[in-house]
Write a protein of this length. Structure first.
Length: 283
């Protein structure tokens, strides 16, 4: 089933958290000159026009990057740098946003000439847009294929420094099981890879089952970063989201110890909740 279109949700609180994590991880991986391999399991369109019909339908970006921009002056340094980079993109200016990169669009900007990006997308409407947006970059390989299975052909020796972003739509519970299964396989093939597993908080019981499954699937250190903008409330849509990071950079926990409280205060106020917790600590 390929009904999900991320354009409806582009720039919301979940996107902001995910992209801030992505930025910190890639900044760490690119400190050394050796090449980095970036794999995106469900890449989407690559870039989004926030004035288009899908983002304008729900206007979720107003409660995500829009709200963050309103509080730019007091933002922690990593958030401020990200938002200023967003403002500087062509078509954007001040508080007026038109252009918003998705995860592959940001990764393209943050990676270097020696790095490589492998982007997977199967949606018949999203794929040609992704290919048009990033496909001419010689560093980028765009594939209309299953991003779960595709990662297995890439994340294996001799690859050394790698980041795999897993962010399916979670429309079906089978996707939860597929995340767990593929984490297990990739962790065996390339145990040193950084895995960033995005997940929604819709039903807390389902969320915890996913996290428990990932913890059993790998022996890597696991850092949970979660932001909720409303209390858990099954049946009322996504109240929060998180990123579970396997083999996280040592800088990540310290950075988000400052970033998460700011996101809570800025995006959710009194209803917000944030979690920074090691599900398995680094040795």
């Amino acid at each position: 089933m390929l009904s999900y279109q991320h354009g409806y949700h582009a720039g919301n609180h979940a996107d902001l958290l995910k992209h801030l994590v992505l930025r910190e991880v890639l900044a760490y991986l690119t400190k050394k000159p050796s090449p980095v391999t970036y794999v995106d399991s469900h890449a989407g369109e690559g870039n989004y026009d926030l004035t288009g019909p899908l983002p304008q339908r729900l206007r979720e970006f107003e409660g995500g990057v829009g709200a963050a921009l309103q509080a730019l002056a007091g933002a922690p340094a990593p958030v401020r740098a990200f938002l200023e980079e967003l403002q500087a993109l062509e078509g954007n200016g001040g508080m007026d946003l038109r252009t918003l990169p998705g995860s592959p669009g940001w990764a393209q900007r943050w990676l270097r000439d020696q790095d490589r990006l492998f982007l997977f997308e199967q949606h018949p409407q999203a794929f040609p847009l992704l290919e048009a947006a990033l496909g001419t970059d010689p560093r980028v390989t765009v594939r209309k294929a299953d991003g779960f299975a595709g990662a297995l052909s890439i994340l294996r020796p001799p690859t050394k420094r790698a980041l795999w972003l897993l962010d399916p739509a979670y429309e079906r519970r089978e996707e939860d099981r597929e995340v767990i299964r593929r984490v297990r396989q990739v962790s065996r093939q390339l145990p040193g890879a950084v895995l960033a597993i995005w997940y929604p908080v819709v039903e807390r019981e389902r969320t915890e089952a996913l996290l428990d499954g990932v913890r059993e699937a790998t022996t890597a250190p696991l850092l949970k970063l979660e932001l909720s903008v409303a209390p858990d409330h099954p049946g009322h849509g996504m109240t929060g989201s998180g990123v579970l990071v396997a083999n996280p950079p040592y800088t990540l926990a310290d950075t988000f110890a400052e970033v998460l409280p700011w996101l809570m205060d800025t995006l959710a106020h009194a209803q917000g909740a944030g979690t920074l917790r090691w599900l398995r600590s680094a040795p």
